[in-house]
Design a protein around this ligand. Structure first.
Ligand code: NI
Length: 185
């Protein structure tokens, strides 16, 4: 089932998400719905808070963007209860975007590699190091579980430039080709 994507301005996007255990109700369905929602919105990653669940789950599929680059292998999987063990390597700039913040992109610098301990969909614990674009998407999605957005890293001058657009998104003034949910007082 395709779910609406929670738009910037909703407080759930600023919350630290909670870990889950194997008994968490309907986790398989939730993850299935996340895949459908992400692909419908042409995304490469989606975190559970973006569909209104404050739990430590995100999905990524970088295979979509790496098909043509032979030396880079994309990954497609769900990450449950990820913990960041370490980040290494030089920081490099990459234009990030976010399904919760349509039509805004911004350059963010992050370390080249990230090592995570996480659980897969069968709740096996895995420790793994990712680099390049895979690391980048993971770092972005991981931030969602910590209540952080890529906007938090932007330079003040860039923030000023997009301020009005952001205010618009909060109020539902967006031009996205997927359904979104807005927070209104
Ligand atoms: Ni995002």
């Amino acid at each position: 089932m395709i779910l609406p994507v929670i738009a910037f301005g909703h407080p759930i996007l600023k919350k630290v998400a909670s870990p889950i255990d194997q008994d968490y109700e309907d986790i398989e369905t939730i993850i299935e719905n996340m895949w459908e929602t992400m692909y419908n919105a042409h995304g490469i990653g989606l975190a559970a808070p973006q569909i209104g669940r404050s739990i430590r789950v995100f999905i990524i599929d970088t295979e979509q963007i790496m098909e043509d680059e032979k030396d880079l292998v994309g990954i497609k999987r769900a990450f449950i209860n990820p913990e960041k063990i370490s980040e290494e390597g030089d920081e490099w700039p990459y234009e990030e975007g976010c399904l919760s913040i349509p039509n805004i992109r911004g350059e963010v610098k992050r370390p080249q590699k990230v090592t995570l301990k996480y659980q897969d969909q069968d709740f096996n614990t895995i420790e793994e190091t990712f680099d390049g674009v895979n690391a980048r998407v993971i770092q972005h999605e991981y931030d969602h579980l910590e209540g952080k957005l890529f906007l938090d890293y932007l330079k003040p001058v860039k923030k000023r430039l997009i301020k009005r657009k952001l205010e618009g998104i909060k109020k539902g003034a967006v031009d996205a080709d997927y359904k979104m949910k807005f927070y209104r007082l």
